[in-house]
Design a protein around this ligand. Sequence first.
Ligand SMILES: N[C@@H](CCC(=O)N[C@@H](CS)C(=O)NCC(=O)O)C(=O)O
Length: 203
Amino acid sequence: MKLIASLTSPYARKVRIVLAEKHIECDLQVDIPWNEDTHVPDYNPLGKIPVLVLDDGTAVYDSRVIAEYLDHASPVHNVLPKDARGRIAARRWEALADGICDAAATIFLERKRPEAQQSPDWIARQQLKIERGLATASRDLADRVWCVADAYTLADIALGCALGYLDLRFPSIAWRDSYPNLAGLMQRLNERPAFADSTPPKA
Ligand SMILES: N[C@@H](CCC(=O)N[C@@H](CS)C(=O)NCC(=O)O)C(=O)O
Protein backbone atom coordinates (compact mmCIF):
# COMPACT_ATOMS: atom_id res chain seq x y z
CA MET A 1 0.00 0.00 0.00
CA LYS A 2 1.31 3.48 -0.76
CA LEU A 3 0.11 6.97 0.04
CA ILE A 4 0.65 9.65 -2.56
CA ALA A 5 0.91 12.93 -0.68
CA SER A 6 2.76 16.18 -0.19
CA LEU A 7 4.23 17.08 3.19
CA THR A 8 2.32 20.36 3.42
CA SER A 9 -1.20 19.19 2.48
CA PRO A 10 -3.51 19.25 5.54
CA TYR A 11 -5.73 16.59 3.96
CA ALA A 12 -2.73 14.30 3.44
CA ARG A 13 -1.54 15.01 6.97
CA LYS A 14 -4.91 13.86 8.30
CA VAL A 15 -4.42 10.52 6.54
CA ARG A 16 -0.77 10.24 7.67
CA ILE A 17 -1.88 10.76 11.26
CA VAL A 18 -4.62 8.13 10.96
CA LEU A 19 -2.03 5.68 9.57
CA ALA A 20 0.32 6.41 12.47
CA GLU A 21 -2.35 6.19 15.17
CA LYS A 22 -3.55 2.87 13.79
CA HIS A 23 0.02 1.56 13.31
CA ILE A 24 -0.63 0.74 9.66
CA GLU A 25 2.49 0.33 7.53
CA CYS A 26 2.34 2.32 4.30
CA ASP A 27 4.93 3.68 1.86
CA LEU A 28 4.88 7.43 1.35
CA GLN A 29 5.30 8.69 -2.21
CA VAL A 30 5.79 12.45 -2.14
CA ASP A 31 4.23 14.09 -5.19
CA ILE A 32 3.37 17.78 -5.59
CA PRO A 33 0.26 17.96 -7.80
CA TRP A 34 1.20 21.47 -9.00
CA ASN A 35 4.53 20.31 -10.46
CA GLU A 36 4.74 19.58 -14.20
CA ASP A 37 6.19 16.11 -13.58
CA THR A 38 3.39 15.05 -11.20
CA HIS A 39 1.96 11.53 -11.52
CA VAL A 40 -1.11 12.26 -9.40
CA PRO A 41 -3.56 12.32 -12.38
CA ASP A 42 -2.49 8.73 -13.18
CA TYR A 43 -4.15 7.74 -9.89
CA ASN A 44 -6.80 10.40 -9.33
CA PRO A 45 -8.48 12.04 -12.33
CA LEU A 46 -9.09 15.11 -10.16
CA GLY A 47 -5.33 15.55 -9.85
CA LYS A 48 -5.53 15.93 -6.07
CA ILE A 49 -3.68 14.41 -3.17
CA PRO A 50 -3.91 12.40 -0.98
CA VAL A 51 -4.43 9.16 -2.88
CA LEU A 52 -4.09 5.75 -1.22
CA VAL A 53 -3.04 3.04 -3.68
CA LEU A 54 -3.95 -0.42 -2.42
CA ASP A 55 -1.81 -3.50 -3.10
CA ASP A 56 -4.20 -4.56 -5.90
CA GLY A 57 -3.74 -1.16 -7.58
CA THR A 58 -7.09 0.32 -6.50
CA ALA A 59 -6.77 4.06 -5.94
CA VAL A 60 -8.76 5.41 -3.00
CA TYR A 61 -9.51 9.15 -2.67
CA ASP A 62 -10.30 11.64 -1.15
CA SER A 63 -8.95 12.02 2.40
CA ARG A 64 -12.35 11.37 4.01
CA VAL A 65 -12.81 8.13 2.11
CA ILE A 66 -9.24 7.08 2.85
CA ALA A 67 -9.72 7.74 6.57
CA GLU A 68 -12.84 5.57 6.62
CA TYR A 69 -11.09 2.84 4.63
CA LEU A 70 -8.16 2.80 7.06
CA ASP A 71 -10.42 2.78 10.10
CA HIS A 72 -12.04 -0.39 8.77
CA ALA A 73 -8.70 -1.89 7.72
CA SER A 74 -7.44 -2.33 11.29
CA PRO A 75 -9.17 -2.62 14.67
CA VAL A 76 -6.27 -0.80 16.35
CA HIS A 77 -7.34 2.58 17.76
CA ASN A 78 -10.56 3.28 15.88
CA VAL A 79 -10.73 6.98 15.01
CA LEU A 80 -14.42 6.97 14.11
CA PRO A 81 -17.00 6.40 16.85
CA LYS A 82 -18.97 3.18 16.50
CA ASP A 83 -22.38 4.69 17.19
CA ALA A 84 -24.16 6.51 14.37
CA ARG A 85 -24.65 9.72 16.33
CA GLY A 86 -21.00 9.96 17.34
CA ARG A 87 -19.93 9.09 13.82
CA ILE A 88 -22.03 11.87 12.29
CA ALA A 89 -20.68 14.31 14.89
CA ALA A 90 -17.09 13.36 14.03
CA ARG A 91 -17.83 13.63 10.30
CA ARG A 92 -19.36 17.05 10.76
CA TRP A 93 -16.26 18.24 12.60
CA GLU A 94 -14.17 16.86 9.76
CA ALA A 95 -16.30 18.72 7.20
CA LEU A 96 -15.84 21.94 9.17
CA ALA A 97 -12.08 21.45 9.50
CA ASP A 98 -11.66 20.49 5.83
CA GLY A 99 -13.78 23.50 4.86
CA ILE A 100 -11.42 25.80 6.75
CA CYS A 101 -8.55 24.20 4.81
CA ASP A 102 -10.43 24.63 1.51
CA ALA A 103 -10.90 28.36 2.18
CA ALA A 104 -7.30 28.84 3.33
CA ALA A 105 -5.91 26.96 0.32
CA THR A 106 -8.11 29.02 -2.01
CA ILE A 107 -6.69 32.27 -0.58
CA PHE A 108 -3.15 30.91 -0.76
CA LEU A 109 -3.60 30.05 -4.45
CA GLU A 110 -5.39 33.32 -5.27
CA ARG A 111 -2.48 35.27 -3.79
CA LYS A 112 -0.08 33.41 -6.04
CA ARG A 113 -1.78 34.90 -9.11
CA PRO A 114 -0.47 38.16 -10.59
CA GLU A 115 -1.70 40.95 -8.31
CA ALA A 116 -3.86 42.57 -11.01
CA GLN A 117 -5.78 39.29 -11.47
CA GLN A 118 -6.48 38.73 -7.78
CA SER A 119 -10.02 39.33 -6.52
CA PRO A 120 -10.20 41.05 -3.11
CA ASP A 121 -13.91 40.10 -2.88
CA TRP A 122 -13.11 36.44 -3.44
CA ILE A 123 -10.35 36.54 -0.83
CA ALA A 124 -12.65 38.33 1.65
CA ARG A 125 -15.33 35.66 1.11
CA GLN A 126 -12.83 32.90 1.92
CA GLN A 127 -11.54 34.83 4.96
CA LEU A 128 -15.08 34.95 6.34
CA LYS A 129 -15.34 31.17 6.02
CA ILE A 130 -12.16 30.78 8.06
CA GLU A 131 -13.31 33.29 10.70
CA ARG A 132 -16.77 31.72 11.05
CA GLY A 133 -15.26 28.23 10.98
CA LEU A 134 -12.85 29.00 13.83
CA ALA A 135 -15.58 30.69 15.88
CA THR A 136 -17.86 27.67 15.42
CA ALA A 137 -15.09 25.21 16.28
CA SER A 138 -14.30 27.13 19.46
CA ARG A 139 -17.95 27.43 20.46
CA ASP A 140 -18.66 23.75 19.84
CA LEU A 141 -15.52 22.51 21.58
CA ALA A 142 -16.36 24.72 24.58
CA ASP A 143 -14.49 23.45 27.65
CA ARG A 144 -14.29 19.81 26.56
CA VAL A 145 -10.98 18.02 26.10
CA TRP A 146 -11.86 16.43 22.75
CA CYS A 147 -14.38 17.35 20.04
CA VAL A 148 -16.62 14.27 20.28
CA ALA A 149 -17.66 12.06 23.17
CA ASP A 150 -14.68 12.68 25.45
CA ALA A 151 -12.44 10.61 23.18
CA TYR A 152 -9.70 11.44 20.67
CA THR A 153 -11.23 10.88 17.23
CA LEU A 154 -10.92 11.84 13.58
CA ALA A 155 -12.68 15.09 14.54
CA ASP A 156 -9.68 16.18 16.61
CA ILE A 157 -7.24 14.97 13.97
CA ALA A 158 -9.00 16.96 11.22
CA LEU A 159 -9.28 20.11 13.34
CA GLY A 160 -5.62 19.86 14.38
CA CYS A 161 -4.57 19.56 10.74
CA ALA A 162 -6.64 22.63 9.82
CA LEU A 163 -5.12 24.68 12.66
CA GLY A 164 -1.65 23.47 11.69
CA TYR A 165 -2.29 24.52 8.10
CA LEU A 166 -3.29 28.02 9.25
CA ASP A 167 -0.02 28.20 11.21
CA LEU A 168 1.86 27.19 8.06
CA ARG A 169 0.19 29.47 5.51
CA PHE A 170 -1.32 32.27 7.61
CA PRO A 171 0.76 32.74 10.76
CA SER A 172 -0.74 36.25 11.05
CA ILE A 173 -4.13 34.74 12.02
CA ALA A 174 -3.83 34.86 15.82
CA TRP A 175 -6.36 32.09 16.46
CA ARG A 176 -4.61 31.07 19.71
CA ASP A 177 -5.27 34.52 21.19
CA SER A 178 -8.91 34.59 20.05
CA TYR A 179 -9.68 30.99 20.99
CA PRO A 180 -7.68 29.68 23.97
CA ASN A 181 -9.68 26.43 23.99
CA LEU A 182 -8.49 25.68 20.43
CA ALA A 183 -4.93 26.51 21.54
CA GLY A 184 -5.32 23.99 24.37
CA LEU A 185 -6.56 21.32 21.97
CA MET A 186 -3.62 21.96 19.61
CA GLN A 187 -1.21 21.63 22.52
CA ARG A 188 -2.70 18.28 23.52
CA LEU A 189 -2.55 17.11 19.91
CA ASN A 190 1.08 18.17 19.46
CA GLU A 191 2.02 15.95 22.38
CA ARG A 192 1.03 12.94 20.29
CA PRO A 193 3.91 11.52 18.19
CA ALA A 194 1.56 11.17 15.19
CA PHE A 195 1.10 14.96 15.19
CA ALA A 196 4.63 15.94 16.18
CA ASP A 197 6.12 13.69 13.49
CA SER A 198 3.92 15.13 10.72
CA THR A 199 4.38 18.85 11.35
CA PRO A 200 4.51 20.46 7.88
CA PRO A 201 7.91 21.83 6.82
CA LYS A 202 7.97 25.64 6.63
CA ALA A 203 9.44 25.75 3.10
N1 LIG B 1 -11.33 17.08 -0.51
C1 LIG B 1 -10.00 16.65 -0.87
C2 LIG B 1 -9.10 17.88 -1.04
C3 LIG B 1 -7.74 17.49 -1.59
C4 LIG B 1 -6.97 18.72 -2.09
O1 LIG B 1 -7.53 19.76 -2.43
N2 LIG B 1 -5.64 18.55 -2.16
C5 LIG B 1 -4.80 19.62 -2.69
C6 LIG B 1 -3.47 19.65 -1.96
S1 LIG B 1 -3.64 20.34 -0.37
C7 LIG B 1 -4.50 19.31 -4.14
O2 LIG B 1 -4.12 18.20 -4.44
N3 LIG B 1 -4.64 20.28 -5.04
C8 LIG B 1 -4.32 20.13 -6.42
C9 LIG B 1 -5.40 20.63 -7.33
O3 LIG B 1 -6.45 21.09 -6.83
O4 LIG B 1 -5.21 20.54 -8.55
C10 LIG B 1 -9.45 15.69 0.19
O5 LIG B 1 -9.96 15.75 1.32
O6 LIG B 1 -8.59 14.86 -0.10
